[in-house]
Design a protein. Structure first.
Length: 295
């Protein structure tokens, strides 16, 4: 008898001993198990902890391609989910699987939900997370956009730039972080001003080790290189932390040609007319012969 059949037979008996179990798998491979039962449960090589305080709302399931959705609420603690982990985005897009389990015989169980973490909010020592079903992935926009800027991601297969080359990455130590959160790095004078702008910083050591953040601005000053981030890392960066800076791209054709010598792989349409041209109209005193805008 399969686990599903055993559970259905148990549910048909009138008196039930069921609970929910959740397994959360982060993108970095870290796995967490939770249950709303009053003691820990174990199956499939995973332990589902009862001390986490995680509980789930009603699961809305539909037929067709509508998105299944639910919501989970839990307490923040060092033993399970830390506030710093949520703030750093370590749980963003994490995979979730939920079972209805007979806690008296855990082999009798059925999968109720599979999907991913959606929006996560934190408040008063607790967190609330939206659970989105697998059909949510069908809502993602596919295809190419006809635009002047490049549609590839720097370093991906369509772009072809090797970001592992020394010209496009550098390892350094944080010298100082000022009151505005700007990072000062001594040295790295071998890279041009704004070389890492729109790029990434990978944190190699310290409280935020393993995280990546986007660079907003990068400039050379008399005291060293100063880097602004688009957002914080959740945990506090500190002087002495080791980081890796990766070059950035503004997706313009000129940048692709001069900075990366990669114009053959440029995935944009640099000569597409802009909005001003699309909304313009002929006026006297200008040439209106229908010729090329490029002259």
């Amino acid at each position: 008898m399969s686990g599903r059949e055993a559970l259905f037979q148990h549910l048909g008996g009138g008196i039930t001993t069921v609970c929910h179990c959740w397994r959360v798998t982060r993108k970095d491979g870290e796995t967490y198990g939770f249950t709303d039962h009053d003691r820990d449960l174990s199956f499939d090589g995973h332990v589902f902890k009862a001390s986490s305080g995680l509980s789930a709302g009603a699961l809305q399931q539909t037929t067709g391609l509508s998105v299944d959705n639910s919501e989970a609420v839990g307490a923040l603690s060092d033993a399970s989910v830390r506030e710093e982990d949520l703030a750093e985005g370590r749980f963003d897009g994490a995979e979730v699987q939920s079972w209805l389990v007979n806690w008296a015989d855990v082999s009798a169980r059925v999968t109720e939900f599979r999907g991913n973490f959606g929006e996560v909010t934190r408040k008063a020592g607790a967190f609330r997370v939206e659970l989105r079903g697998l059909s949510e992935r069908l809502n993602q926009v596919q295809g190419l956009v006809y635009q002047a800027g490049c549609g590839a991601v720097l370093g991906d297969a369509r772009c072809g730039v090797d970001l592992g080359l020394p010209a496009y990455r550098a390892t350094a130590l944080i010298a100082e972080i000022d009151v505005l959160g700007r990072i000062r790095i001594e040295g790295l004078t071998g890279f041009a001003d704004q070389w890492f702008e729109r790029g990434q910083i990978e944190v190699l050591s310290g409280a935020s080790a393993g995280m990546s953040v986007m660079v907003k601005a990068d400039r050379l000053t008399a005291t060293g290189r100063v880097v602004d981030l688009w957002h914080g890392t959740g945990a506090v960066l500190a002087a002495g932390d080791s980081i890796r800076l990766i070059a950035g791209c503004d997706r313009r054709a000129a940048t692709c040609q001069t900075k990366f010598a990669n114009f053959l792989n440029f995935r944009g349409f640099p000569h597409v007319p802009g909005e001003d041209w699309l909304t313009s109209y002929p006026v006297s005193g200008t040439v209106n012969d229908g010729g090329s805008l490029q002259g």
